[in-house]
Design a protein around this ligand. Structure first.
Ligand SMILES: NC(=O)C1=CN([C@@H]2O[C@H](COP(=O)(O)OP(=O)(O)OC[C@H]3O[C@@H](n4cnc5c(N)ncnc54)[C@H](OP(=O)(O)O)[C@@H]3O)[C@@H](O)[C@H]2O)C=CC1
Ligand SMILES: Cc1cn([C@H]2C[C@H](O)[C@@H](COP(=O)(O)OP(=O)(O)O[C@H]3O[C@@H](C)C(=O)[C@@H](O)[C@H]3O)O2)c(=O)[nH]c1=O
Ligand SMILES: [Mg+2]
Length: 295
């Protein structure tokens, strides 16, 4: 299978590239080769590729900054996916596009199903929601895969922030009234590649909108506490994690209070595996701390 991957330097993109091999060739253009902020060249670029499927892991992911950079967020998160989907349709190849739990307002009080109404609270979520609509409108055979709270051993994410700040401070205050599921970029990459393979192997698979996270749920505070519980013995210093409310941690962008995603339809339809979030965290910390100790 030949995959054209957008966003190969990001958290998800890097984990996809680690899974490349003789049977899984992945071409990932650099920003120099394809600047997605100037997306006019996308259709011609895609047309020239020898790809069986496109995986879009590129995005504008700075949630707070997006409030002040709405135009750039819209280009990356809405216009680019629309153009990729149109190019995929023109070429007759499928697309896996990744979206977010932040398309929901978090007021449902139960895990969101793929067809629940969307109502983003901030500019990032709104741009991603527009991207979902653009992909659907382009008429490609596409899976829109919503995920949440993505982290891993590479790149900027909540885990990296907690380890960095935890090394500097004795007390961390973390919101305990936003519920969701941390998801490793590694497990998400495996799911994206499994879905891409199914789309390629089964031309009758129509695609649609699906959810994938690790299993279980917590809050950002619960996530932070788990990080220090699991990694603590291997860290020079462990901070105290204090639970606070969202009101006590003002941010430019509003975030959903409960964005748990119901992944049942994805597990029923595609050969994906959904490790428990704590086990996935432990595996990620093993990789990350191993790398740090070796360096
Ligand atoms: N991170 C999270 O918590 C979550 C992410 N998602 C979604 O998952 C997907 C993957 O996210 P994640 O891996 O965390 O994202 P990252 O922010 O780690 O990576 C984003 C990727 O997009 C690329 N990119 C950004 N701007 C441009 C540009 N102008 N031209 C070319 N490439 C560009 C980046 O390239 P460069 O390295 O050059 O900047 C990078 O490869 C996204 O669709 C995101 O919305 C969904 C839920 C949670
Ligand atoms: C660093 C920090 C954050 N927080 C809060 C702020 C926020 O409500 C929550 C998460 O903070 P972050 O800014 O790291 O996470 P955030 O950027 O909101 O993460 C989101 O990214 C995008 C791309 C997605 O698609 C989402 O699924 C989600 O993963 O934790 C604290 O309470 N204390 C802290 O010390
Ligand atoms: Mg952030």
């Amino acid at each position: 299978m030949n995959i054209l991957l957008l966003g190969g330097t990001g958290q998800l993109g890097r984990e996809c590239l680690l899974r490349a091999g003789p049977d899984l060739r992945i071409v990932a253009p650099t920003r120099q080769e394809l600047d997605l902020a100037a997306p006019g060249g996308i259709e011609a670029f895609v047309a020239a590729q020898d790809a069986d499927v496109i995986v879009n892991a590129a995005a504008y992911t700075a949630v707070d900054k997006a409030e002040a950079e709405r135009d750039l967020a819209h280009v990356l998160n809405a216009e680019v996916p629309g153009r990729l989907a149109a190019a995929a349709a023109a070429k007759g190849i499928p697309l896996v596009h990744v979206s977010t739990d932040y398309v929901f307002d978090g007021r449902k009080g139960a895990p969101y199903r793929p067809d629940d109404p969307v109502a983003p609270l901030g500019a990032y979520g709104a741009s991603k929601e527009a991207g979902e609509r653009a992909v659907r409108a382009a008429g490609a055979r596409a899976v829109i895969l919503r995920t949440a709270w993505v982290y891993g051993p590479f790149g900027g994410n909540f885990l990296a922030t907690m380890l960095r700040v935890g090394a500097e401070r004795d007390v961390l205050k973390v919101v305990d009234d936003q519920r969701g599921t941390p998801t490793t970029a590694a497990d998400l990459a495996a799911a994206c590649l499994a879905i891409a393979a199914r789309l390629v192997d089964e031309p009758s698979e129509p695609g649609g909108t699906f959810h994938f996270t690790n299993a279980g749920e917590t809050t950002w505070c619960g996530f932070a506490r788990a990080i220090f519980e699991i990694a603590g013995p291997r860290l020079p210093k462990v901070p105290q994690v204090l639970a606070i409310t969202t009101a006590e941690y003002p941010t430019p962008a509003k975030r959903p209070a409960d964005s748990r995603l119901d992944c049942a339809a994805t597990l029923a339809r595609f050969p994906v595996i959904q490790p428990d979030w704590r086990a996935a965290l432990a595996a990620t910390l093993d990789r990350l701390l191993q790398r740090t100790n070796d360096a």
